[in-house]
Write a protein that binds this ligand. Structure first.
Ligand code: ADP
Ligand code: MG
Length: 221
């Protein structure tokens, strides 16, 4: 199998600014890549592009060998639901739904059968060490537990790519370490993880660091 991510000279222009400028990037299976860069440098635009939430103005983006830039919106939504998981700084859990329900909601997009949904949710919750909290409401959980719930939600459907935007931004040192350990375990199972971060602890654990400045991507060595 080839790369999970293959960007070739991807640009994204807005009327006043070129947020991504001829970005090329290849990321293989099980890689853990950290992306750093100042505010306004294009990090979110890159993450949205990789997550099929935004389309490049020019260039090519192959995900798991599938050229995505020419797909219909519908096909892109489906591909996103099946192959990409998102983790955000602020968890985005629904407050009035249990941990298990929050995870199950991830399958609403994509072509998943309803059958076995709860069992699949419980399996990913076990995987992140949240099997003892499945009926809790998010408000009763610690920050680390909320983020692990959000990671379980991202894992439902067995994505090949996990995209994370400041995943430890709201966590203390202990919970950050727990999330990073979890990422290590997921990589060993073949998941590719790409993390935007300001946290040195998070980028230090990555085998590859990329820096983005004014829409240009550099490999840090
Ligand atoms: P970062 O996440 O690194 O802070 P962004 O990717 O959000 O940077 O933004 C990169 C540049 O693109 C900024 O100059 C920003 O103002 C611009 N930009 C991002 N999204 C839009 C948009 N939807 N419309 C216009 N300009 C945008
Ligand atoms: Mg941003």
């Amino acid at each position: 199998m080839g790369e999970v991510i293959r960007l070739t000279r991807v640009s994204r222009s807005f009327p006043a600014v070129r947020a991504l400028s001829e970005v090329s990037l290849q990321v293989g299976r099980s890689e853990y890549v950290a992306i750093v860069g100042p505010s306004g440098s294009g990090k979110s635009t890159l993450l949205h592009t990789l997550g099929l939430l935004d389309r490049p103005t020019s260039g090519s983006y192959e995900l798991d060998g599938i050229e995505t830039t020419t797909l219909s919106d519908r096909a892109r939504t489906r591909l996103r639901g099946e192959r990409i998981g998102f983790v955000f700084q602020s968890f985005h859990l629904l407050p009035h739904r249990s941990v298990a329900e929050n995870v199950m909601l991830a399958e609403v997009y994509g072509s998943f059968s309803r059958k076995g949904r709860r069992e699949r949710a419980l399996a990913v919750l076990d995987q992140v060490g949240m099997g003892h909290r499945v009926e809790f409401l998010p408000g009763t959980l610690s920050g680390g537990e909320r983020q692990r719930t959000a990671i379980a939600r991202a894992l439902l459907g067995g994505p090949s790519l996990l995209l994370c935007d400041e995943p430890t931004g709201n966590l203390d040192t202990g919970n950050t370490a727990a999330v990073l350990d979890l990422f290590d375990g997921l990589r060993e199972q073949g998941l590719t993880i790409l993390v935007i971060t300001h946290d040195d602890e998070v980028s230090a654990r990555a085998e590859r660091r990329l820096r983005i400045v004014d829409g240009l991507l550099y490999e840090d060595s």
